[in-house]
Design a protein around this ligand. Structure first.
Ligand code: BES
Ligand code: MN
Length: 458
């Protein structure tokens, strides 16, 4: 291994404690994006903290750029020369909400070390990942020569589907022109299974409201003559899948791109079998489309999920009420070549065909993000794959991911920039759940891999 790589890795080793202290500082800022408030002080604080950190690294033109919602942190370092490629380092500094709070062993915004893990909201998804990139950039700059030009795009609204990203990019196309985006928000299959992600599912998110009587009713005085909205909603939801777990929205699967035999064979080799999902989740049995293996159902097939239900009395004790309204949050994960707007139409059609005449209904569209498929022959993807192989000593797995990262499709469509997708979060890191954590040994290995990535790009 060449000396410069070794020097950067040694620098990381020597600065481990400070890197951990910096990450903890960043994690203490409760930058939850869920409520989408443009002037949220904690969102602003996280953006400014990052801008300060980038400036400290010697990154130039650091700016906190306004969008319609959360600001984007920009910066660049373009001194590698015109011949050198430009890497767009992506990140999101926003985090998911923390509920249910009482299930956290230690408070979500008081980062706590237990064993090999650092526990905090955002530790893995993805403040820890952002800091891994920045630490590596620091290490290379301090010990050698950064071989590529750098640009930074760190957003604050990924966890709500990046609603203002397209409009923002539309006005700043030139600013973000790059050869490849480094996106380490996509995690890995397991500690010993380094992973390149080459597809992400899209997401379309709805609220369905069912309104029956114009006020809550006594369930004894009216039950039996009034169709209970909670029941009507459940009947409608129950009809959205058939007995075998297929989504019944009209035309839902029509545009779905078929898997080639070769791709099916590749997916069958991924260590994401039934046992893997039983172990990850604790469910007694798996569920889902019978004609597809779990890895395919996650990465290559669309789904419809109930994300939340609201109606009637849910506090302790009893109340005999026939609720006037019921609401469900429902979302679909989409794969190539489905379009969010078409799925919206399909849901409306389903409701028109199936909703009973005993209630009123309304479908609200909350969020829409198209799916993305990346190109595997991009030099950035190749450089990242090699880097993972150097550190882990095995060929990385190439998978289609079930989660979504909306900016990937936006960068591809609007700027022609492909993303090299990987990451060092593990399935057991409790992303979006209580007790989110970062596995520190994997974090440091990830940094080592990123040293190789940047030098491989030369
Ligand atoms: N980092 C995740 C996505 C992810 C996690 C990919 C693990 C691969 C492995 C990202 O922050 C995320 O959670 N995205 C949201 C986006 C949505 C709101 C559009 C998601 O997938 O729910
Ligand atoms: Mn997330």
């Amino acid at each position: 291994m060449s000396d410069v790589r070794q020097l950067a890795i040694a620098y990381i080793e020597k600065n481990k404690d400070r890197f951990l202290t910096d990450l903890k500082d960043f994690l203490r800022i409760p930058s939850i994006s869920a409520e989408e408030k443009p002037d949220d002080p904690e969102i602003k604080q996280a953006a400014e903290w990052l801008a300060g950190h980038l400036t400290g690294l010697g990154i130039e033109h650091v700016q906190v750029l306004p969008t319609a919602n959360a600001p984007v942190v920009y910066g660049d370092w373009l001194k590698a020369g015109k011949e050198a490629p430009t890497v767009l380092v992506y990140g999101h500094y926003d985090v998911q909400p923390v509920d249910p709070l009482d299930l956290w062993i230690t408070p979500p915004f008081e980062p706590t070390l237990r064993g090999e893990n650092l526990f905090a909201r955002g530790a893995s998804d993805m403040k820890g990942q952002i800091m891994a990139s920045l630490n590596v950039i620091e290490a290379i700059m301090k010990t050698g020569q950064m071989p590529v030009n750098l640009k930074f795009l760190i957003e604050g609204e990924e966890e709500i589907g990046s609603p203002s990203m397209d409009a923002f990019l539309h006005g700043s196309q030139e600013l973000f022109t790059s050869d490849v985006a480094l996106n380490i928000d996509a995690g890995m299959i397991g500690k010993e299974e380094p992973t390149i992600t080459y597809a992400l599912r899209g997401l379309v998110y709805f609220e369905i409201w069912i309104v029956g009587p114009d006020h809550d009713l006594h369930s004894g005085l009216y039950g039996g003559v009034v169709h209970n909205p909670a029941q009507a909603l459940c009947e409608l939801i129950a009809g959205m899948h058939d007995q075998e777990g297929r989504v019944t929205l009209p035309g839902f699967y029509d545009p779905v791109r078929k898997l080639s035999d070769e791709e099916r064979a590749d997916q069958a080799r991924l260590p994401m079998d039934e046992a893997f999902y039983l172990e990850q989740t604790g469910v007694p049995n798996l569920w889902g489309e019978p004609d597809f293996i779990p890895a395919e159902r996650i990465g290559s097939r669309p789904t419809l999920e109930v994300n939340g239900l609201l109606s009637g009395w849910t506090e302790p004790g009893t109340k005999t009420v026939l609720p006037g309204k019921a609401m469900a949050k429902i979302s679909c994960r989409l794969v190539a070549d489905q379009k969010p707007a078409d799925v919206h139409k399909q849901l409306i059609q389903y409701m028109e065909e199936n909703a009973p005449d005993t209630i009123h209904w309304e479908v609200k569209l909350l969020q829409k993000n198209p799916p993305a498929i990346a190109e595997l022959d991009n030099p950035g993807v190749v450089a990242l794959g090699k880097a993972l192989e150097t550190v882990w000593g095995v060929r990385p797995y190439y998978r289609r991911e079930g989660g979504s990262i909306p900016v990937v499709e936006s960068l591809q469509r609007m700027l022609g920039v492909e993303s090299a997708l990987s990451g060092f979060s593990l399935p057991e890191d409790n992303l979006h759940a209580p007790n989110e954590k970062l596995h520190l040994p994997t974090w440091f290995r990830g940094m080592e891999a990123l040293v190789h990535f940047f030098y491989n790009m030369r």
